[in-house]
Design a protein around this ligand. Structure first.
Ligand SMILES: O=C(O)C(=O)C[C@H](O)[C@H](O)COP(=O)(O)O
Length: 207
């Protein structure tokens, strides 16, 4: 299960307003070479969109993002998704995340939070909001004292800085909205999303 993300160094973080866009979005990402997606629970129809992807895009590694509550964990499990991502951890959310069989990538912003997440059983965490809390320098600095914890930075990651992160030994992936923004999805600009995906994968190949 922890190898789930090893084939995708880049995770598009998306907010889908219209579930009818979900499959075309995944197909555009896949044409661009990306086979993983994190669909956030930020929109009203997010669960419907996730269900569409699960049904029609079996090769997509499917994550649910913006998981904030125990109820979000249960709703996400019901969709048959592969992994869960949260922007942070609270005691109640942590207990619910410890109870799931799914791969969990909890949000952390400091070394202490990363250590707490590790103690709770999570050795792959997300660093959020990465750019605002120290970026690649922060992740680089914590490698020596905490080499067993690895990070997926999100928040301020773009094609121009993604390799600052991916070149570090304790980064397993980068995530972000720049590949498939809500505006591009709503405009159904699949060509632009395919190009952004391809550019990101081409960049990742040189990390
Ligand atoms: O809500 C969540 O659970 C998230 O996953 C947060 C997102 O990862 C960031 O908001 C992405 O930030 P940008 O790529 O800078 O737009």
């Amino acid at each position: 299960m922890s190898d789930l993300l090893s084939k995708s160094p880049v995770i598009p973080v998306v907010a889908i307003d219209n579930p009818a866009h979900a499959v075309a979005l995944c197909e555009a990402l896949q044409r661009g070479g990306i086979n993983a997606i994190e669909v956030t629970l930020r929109t009203e129809k997010a669960i419907e969109a996730i269900t569409e992807i699960k049904k029609h895009c079996p090769k997509m590694i499917l994550g649910v993002g913006t998981v904030l509550t125990p109820d979000d964990v249960l709703r996400s499990e019901d969709t048959g998704s592969d992994f869960l991502v949260s922007p942070g951890l609270s005691p109640k959310l942590q207990a619910a995340l410890q109870a799931t069989e799914l791969l969990v990538l909890p949000g952390t912003a400091t070394p202490s939070e990363a250590l707490s997440a590790y103690e709770a059983g999570f050795d792959k965490v997300k660093l959020f909001p990465a750019g605002a809390v120290g970026g690649a320098n922060l992740i680089k600095s914590v490698y020596a004292p905490m080499p067993n914890i690895s990070f997926m930075p999100t928040g301020g990651v773009r094609v121009s800085n993604m390799n600052d992160y991916l070149s570090l030994p304790n980064v397993y992936a980068v995530g972000g909205t720049w590949i498939a923004s809500q505006a591009l999805i709503n405009a159904q600009d699949w060509d632009a999303i395919e190009k952004n995906a391809k550019d990101a994968m081409d960049m990742a190949a040189t990390a």
